[in-house]
Write a protein that binds this ligand. Structure first.
Ligand SMILES: [Zn+2]
Length: 411
């Protein structure tokens, strides 16, 4: 089988500044990066990109496939029939892929939907991104995902919620989620960050420790919704893999997370959007102090070398699936993070968070060819990622999901 030769690319390899290069894909992998255009064999397909950008597929590191205009008071994950929820999720996973996100890491899902989607994609029933399957939200009875619903509904472990109290029950909950195919367990350690409250503890420290220990024994990861300084620090030190939101993050948290090598999802687009579409409401006002504190400190967190990730509550009401690029744009245009750094969060860091950093996330010989061809240079103007029409090719493991290369001018 012939190779794909992409000549005259603006190469954004996930870590270094853009440079002119020529990229060769053979089978599912990147075969070579060359300084000069390559001679083609008779079976090779050669495309002159005319300076268009080649970059790694991006990673949505906090993905809720089943969210669909989610909000209000209906129990999370019980809004519609589970089959209906799965079909919505299938559409959302495809949307993520079509927006250039070739990998998702589950931020919480009902009905083992992430795991089912992963199986359906593997057997060829659906086309979708690489998936690190999420779990239901493991937390305590009456936690912020559970407290809005009356006791007689007996939610317990239903929809997106998996209540468990005490280390033994938490151990069982984690094992049940693992049995359902979850590869990363979502823990609701505190409230806050849009779920009411001001970051009060919802799990006990010994429950968090048991969750992390049990997940580790099962060979899977944990992530935590956590929104106060002491709880953030505790989660990092306990070995939680991904800190979600991390409101209250301070210099001590920087030192701790660097020492552990774990990841932070600042997820500022959701609060920013809520403050924009419903300004002055009690809900928007409640998000403001933590938003402003994180926005002010984020450049320092980034400069210190913390492995930040992109991903947010897309699918929540007002924050639609398909608008993922808005989060990246916010970090660059309003918070002042260099575009190249945000691109690294979305590519190299994201791949490392999945555990596949040796195979994904940068464009290097030997790595899997999860690639995007973009009209324009996102490291010079991050807003080009907003326009799906500028994604001229999307490749997943050497296979095109989208291929407009034949229509490029001059080809
Ligand atoms: Zn979330």
């Amino acid at each position: 089988m012939g190779r794909l030769i992409l000549n005259n690319a603006n190469l954004l390899d996930g870590d270094k500044p853009a440079r002119k290069a020529h990229v060769v894909v053979a089978g599912e992998r990147i075969a070579a990066i060359a300084e000069a255009p390559l001679a083609a064999g008779p079976e090779d397909r050669v495309v002159d990109l005319g300076g268009r950008t080649v970059m790694p597929g991006m990673v949505q590191a906090h993905f809720h496939g089943a969210y669909w205009e989610t909000g209000g008071l209906r129990p999370l994950g019980l809004e519609v029939h589970p089959s209906h929820a799965a079909l919505r999720a299938a559409a959302n996973f495809r949307t993520a892929l079509d927006c250039g996100f070739t990998t998702t890491i589950g931020g919480g899902c009902p009905h083992a939907i992430d795991a089912a989607m992963k199986l359906a994609i593997a057997e060829g029933a659906l086309v979708g991104p690489r998936i690190v399957a999420g779990s239901r939200d493991v937390s305590s009875t009456g936690h912020s995902g559970d407290m809005s619903y009356p006791a007689w509904m007996k939610l317990g472990a239903a929809g997106s919620v998996h209540c468990a109290d005490g280390p033994d029950a938490v151990r069982r909950a984690v094992r049940e989620e693992a049995k359902n195919g979850a590869e990363i367990i979502k823990l609701f350690v505190t409230n806050g960050h849009g779920t009411g409250g001001a970051g009060e503890w919802e799990m006990a420290p010994e429950e968090v420790e048991m969750a992390v220990r049990t997940a580790t024994q099962r060979g899977i990861k944990t992530r935590a919704h956590v929104a106060n300084r002491d709880a953030v620090l505790f989660c990092i030190e306990t070995g939680v893999h991904i800190i979600d939101h991390g409101d209250g993050f301070d210099a001590r948290c920087i030192d701790a997370i660097l020492a552990k090598g774990s990841f932070l999802v600042p997820s500022l687009w959701f609060p920013k959007r809520m403050m924009t579409i419903a300004p002055g409401t009690a809900y928007a006002e409640s998000l403001k102090p933590d938003y402003e504190a994180m926005a002010a400190f984020l450049p320092a967190i980034n400069k210190a070398g913390v492995k930040l990730l992109t991903g947010d509550d897309f699918g929540a009401r007002g924050v639609n699936h398909g608008t993922y690029a808005e989060e990246l744009i916010l970090y660059v245009t309003e918070i002042g993070i260099p575009a190249l750094d945000v691109i690294r969060w979305a590519t190299k860091n994201g791949a490392e968070a999945t555990g596949m950093g040796d195979r994904l996330g940068t464009i290097e010989p030997g790595k899997l060819a999860d690639l995007l061809v973009v009209d324009g240079d996102p490291s010079a103007d991050i807003t080009v990622l907003r326009d799906r029409a500028r994604l001229r090719a999307i490749m997943l493991g050497g296979n095109f999901v989208k291929d407009e290369l034949a229509t490029l001018a001059g080809v």
